[in-house]
Design a binder for this molecule. Structure first.
Ligand SMILES: Nc1ncnc2c1ncn2[C@@H]1O[C@H](COP(=O)(O)OP(=O)(O)OP(=O)(O)O)[C@@H](O)[C@H]1O
Ligand SMILES: [Zn+2]
Length: 747
């Protein structure tokens, strides 16, 4: 009898297109010849973490399959070293999902599997639940009243007051409400006022009383439709800003929890996940696990474990929370489904929306996508019946829709980008006791620093981009690669000391408005003013509570926020979105406009929105104002159909970056030649190679090749036909290159 050796396939991070094979240790070899034992044997390996020898090291890997004969000579295979845990870390359904994702996005399976594990597990730490570090008042601390702290130390007093409730606080809880708490907490520990303890992953918190609304008819109809779904179904909740989509999510979640099942909610990366989680907790009266960029490795590990074990029922997280394991998932929700942050833009370039739908499909459970400005892809899917369409056409409660108008500033005198008309309207709104938001999607002081004598411009030496001037730090910064330098004293080209800062950024706008409105408080919210952990939450709370009269914000302020006192929104410099080279430019601009406008008039007072423009007759503006987002979307879908652009076709972008631009072009030309040699049955097109819109970044020249086909299947088949030859091409290892399936940005 011929002995058959068993091997397992493991996923190891790195550029391996197939899982790697290893031999299993001797004791299980006897199973090989007995088919009845094989399924039990499989269960004993699939999804387990193992330690394997690799080159001269050992690495952590996950078993993703078995193979009995893959043609590799046995003598070339190495044995596995050890299993790491007493149980698998991924179940067979998760593995199936991850394999599908790896296949669809042409990403090495090892990278995809590792994306589904918290870092500590990737590093080989034990599976067992770690505790999290918490701080709580000590016996000494309990005798310290807030009055013993200096009356002027406002921040300290607020923090000490919060810590006085005898709850143990973890760093993520503190981050959710306070910025700059670390040095204070450290000092209090040193003084013996606070004790450090290891707390459980899911700390007990006292939850505030729930605020609930009686659902209106449209909300109720949406809830009923999703609830009636038998197994998988994808629903698009198209609800105007302030229509109470969150209330619909909460009502549905409550019902799923009552059946003993879990819910996964994905939200955009806006740094407010803890605040949203708190709102969910109050409504549901149970802990909600939040997974976002503010957590440390230990907290991520905790979140992963409690969901997997079913110790918590709701996971609310950003993009990558999609890969979390669940004991019994019953519903998936994705809020602001049009948001670009759901698409990972480097490395493993997946769409969290598309993968979430796939996962729900594999698990046979419903998935709900919500937005006031749905993507053209989702609207098209709703129109063709792939998604069920649900509509909330009215604002919830008493709130009225905001009134939008165009402010034609052609020929007007502008001061720092603002017209006198806009300033006048701001004065009126402030005098009436309202709050005003000035929206400008560009941070920094000025986008260009120009020498007045010779015309020299500050440009990044590593990128094809201007350096933005930042006044507070007196530096020039590249917003693409992070390069920065002090502002030169004299022009590097001619020696003149006469510079002009051209164009507007939020920093400059703040300086100008401070002079114009000395009696009003101004709050600027952009990436520069919210770098410190917790500071965004702090600023948003101030804005919501009306502590500032004038808000200045970039797109950070566009999403999801609820500022009840806001009555006037002034939008500056939107026009640039009308002339984008990207075919999605108009869609993005329309979404931004409607979302920012949607922050106005959410309370008792009506809201107005002024769009300052030099293009008042532009059809995109005209259509948005006359027919709203729905009219704009109908027109845009019609145009895309005629031009055969997504969602009426499917794209794949091959991106290449190289120090030597000739190599980048040569590699793409080679790929193109391979593609053109493939006989295809359906229409497949290839464009390029062309220079990327940003031709150079971090010293590398960037080129791209665009593939387009009439179906996903034919696009995938076309690429598959050339993939092996592309990877084997001599330039494949000499340039940096990546595939972007369903690209969202051409950048
Ligand atoms: N049925 C209802 N009756 C009264 N108020 C409601 C109702 N439903 C929701 N609200 C309130 O309306 C406001 C807006 O709701 P919510 O934040 O859920 O809107 P949204 O649709 O998510 O908006 P956006 O897309 O702009 O973020 C909230 O203050 C919410 O409490
Ligand atoms: Zn740069």
């Amino acid at each position: 009898m011929q002995t058959k050796f068993l091997r397992v396939q493991v996923a190891l991070p790195g550029p391996f297109w197939q899982p790697l094979s290893y031999l299993v240790p001797d004791d299980s070899l006897s199973v090989a010849t007995d088919p009845s034992l094989q399924s039990a044997w499989l269960a004993d390996w699939l999804g387990w973490r193992v330690r394997v020898p690799f080159r001269n090291q050992t690495r952590i890997a996950v078993v993703v399959g078995v193979d009995q004969d893959d043609g590799v000579e046995l003598s070339k295979l190495k044995p596995l070293l050890v299993k790491l845990d007493q149980e698998p870390v991924l179940n067979s359904q998760d593995l199936k999902f991850l394999r599908w994702a790896a296949n669809y996005y042409h990403e090495p399976i090892g990278e995809v599997v590792m994306a589904a594990l918290p870092k500590r597990l990737r590093d080989g730490e034990p599976l067992a639940l770690p505790g999290v570090m918490t701080w709580q008042r000590s016996a000494l601390g309990q005798s310290i009243s807030v009055d013993q702290l200096s009356a002027r130390a406002h921040k300290q007093r607020v923090l000490w007051q919060a810590l006085s409730n005898d709850q143990a606080w973890s760093s993520s809880q503190l981050n959710a409400s306070f910025s700059g708490w670390q040095p204070l907490v450290k000092r209090w520990v040193e003084q013996g006022w606070l004790a450090v303890k290891e707390g459980p992953c899911l700390a007990h918190k006292s939850l505030p009383n729930p605020v609930r609304h009686l659902l209106n008819d449209e909300q109720q109809a949406a809830v009923t439709s999703v609830q009636a779904s038998q197994g998988f179904g994808c629903f698009l909740l198209d609800g105007v800003t302030g229509s109470g989509k969150t209330e619909v999510y909460l009502a549905l979640i409550e019902q799923v929890l009552a059946q003993g099942k879990q819910v996964l909610v994905l939200v955009p990366e806006i740094g407010l996940t803890p605040q949203t989680a708190a709102r969910f907790e109050a409504y549901l009266q149970q802990p909600v696990v939040a997974l976002h960029s503010g957590l440390n490795d230990q907290e991520r590990h905790c979140a992963w474990q409690v969901m997997r074990r079913g110790e918590a029922s709701v996971l609310l997280g950003t993009r990558s929370a999609l890969f979390s394991p669940f004991a019994d998932l019953g519903l998936c929700i994705l809020d602001e489904e049009h948001d670009l942050s759901f698409k990972q833009q480097d490395g493993f370039r997946y769409s969290a929306r598309d993968l979430l739908i796939r996962r729900a499909h594999l698990l046979n459970i419903p998935v709900l996508l919500g937005s006031a400005t749905p993507s053209m892809e989702s609207l098209h899917n709703a129109q063709t019946g792939r998604y069920r369409y649900l509509r909330l056409s009215q604002r919830a409660g008493e709130a009225q829709p905001p009134h939008l108008s165009l402010l034609d500033v052609r020929g007007d005198r502008l001061q720092e980008g603002l017209s006198n008309k806009a300033l006048g309207q701001m004065r009126e709104a402030l005098a009436a006791g309202g709050q005003v938001l000035v929206f400008l999607n560009r941070r920094g002081f000025a986008p260009v620093l120009l020498c007045h004598s010779c015309g020299w411009q500050g440009a990044c030496s590593h990128c094809d981009a201007n350096l933005t001037y930042h006044h507070a730090s007196d530096t020039l910064k590249c917003h693409h690669c992070g390069f920065q330098q002090p502002k030169p004293k004299v022009c590097p080209a001619c020696g003149s000391a006469h510079f002009v800062a051209m164009g507007q950024g939020t920093e400059r706008l703040e300086q100008f408005l401070t002079i114009q409105f000395p009696e009003h408080t101004i709050l600027r919210i952009d990436r520069d003013t919210t770098r410190l952990k917790g500071s965004l939450a702090e600023k948003v709370t101030q804005a919501r509570d009306g502590e500032a009269d004038i808000l200045i914000g970039t797109q950070m302020l566009a999403k999801g926020h609820h500022f009840p006192k806001l009555t006037l929104v002034v939008m500056l410099d939107l026009d640039q979105g009308l002339f984008s080279v990207d075919f999605r430019g108009a869609e993005r601009m329309a979404q931004l406009l409607v979302q920012v406008a949607g922050r106005a008039g959410r309370g008792t007072q009506a809201g107005r929105v002024l769009i300052q423009t030099h293009q008042p007759e532009h059809p995109t503006y005209q259509q948005l104002l006359r027919e709203g987002y729905a009219g704009f979307a109908a027109q845009t879908l019609g145009d895309r159909q005629i031009a055969n652009l997504p969602p009426f076709s499917f794209q794949l972008l091959v991106r290449v970056e190289a120090l030597d631009s000739a190599q980048a072009v040569a590699f793409l030309e080679a790929i193109k030649a391979l593609l053109l040699a493939v006989p295809v049955t359906e229409p497949c097109e290839v464009w390029g190679p062309v220079s990327a819109p940003m031709a150079k970044r971090q010293n590398r020249w960037r080129y791209q090749l665009l593939l387009q086909a009439s179906s996903r299947a034919s696009l995938q088949a076309w690429w598959q036909a050339v993939a092996a030859a592309v990877y084997a091409h001599p330039l494949a290892n000499r340039v940096r290159w990546s595939l972007d399936v369903d690209p969202q940005e051409m950048g």
